[in-house]
Design a protein around this ligand. Sequence first.
Ligand code: BTN
Length: 271
Amino acid sequence: METICTVLGWDLPHIQTIQLYETLPSTNDFAKAQIRAGSAHGTVIWALEQTAGRGRRGRPWFSDNTSLTFSIIWRFPDYTKTGLLPLALGLGIARELQAYSSAIKVKWPNDLWVGRHKLGGILCESIKTPQGVWVVAGVGINVNRSQGQVQLPRASLEECCGYPLARFEVLSRALKGANDCLAQLWAGELDLREGFGLYGNFLNRPICLISSGEERLATAREVLPDGSLLVEAVGGLLEAVFPEEVSLRFPEEEASSKQGESDKNRCDKAH
Ligand code: BTN
């Protein structure tokens, strides 16, 4: 695969090189192949178009030439801090995107949202090689309005700002947020409680927790230092849930994505 260009010596400790491609199936998949081929910590793979982007939980990720899609390659000493990276990244990028709008928030664990719609998502994947543990941090952000697709309602930065943006500018802000959150995480200075207090959009409001096809209504109370979400069930029972175990939806989101389905176990009914 030929790069359009490579930017060397990006001026951040954890962002060194940016490789730009016209089209890739998935920047995450390409980044993993690059790691096996010897890519270094701080390499960014940026594709102007992605044809088979992947989201969390095996879902497809829609993007076109209005979107920003990139993956960062980072090497970790071991797995002790990789688990918190997805949450740290969501907060770090949201913090930098405040330059566009203070309405940009994070839905636990790391979805970027504006109002009732999703603006972007993050998919972190790790692989182990003889050189250590590598994380591919894949980021997708809806930059400008798209004419294509769109199955689910989505937000874009253009709608937040009222004017279209250059993807490179958004990339450089997102990379700054990513770099800073990794530095914070490695220094043991990541404060999830404070971060989600500032940028979270889900605390102290009804949420729907989905696991193994079952849905239940609860209220999100706090993000704990291990990244779990402390929720209060309808009867008042407190429980910590982890991102791998549950999906979080807002009841109104659930209602709109499930029109026509049975009402059984529906959170919007319980609400
Ligand atoms: C999600 O919210 O489900 C995560 C979406 C992550 C999408 C990005 S786009 C760049 C990178 N390459 C991929 O195939 N996925 C991630």
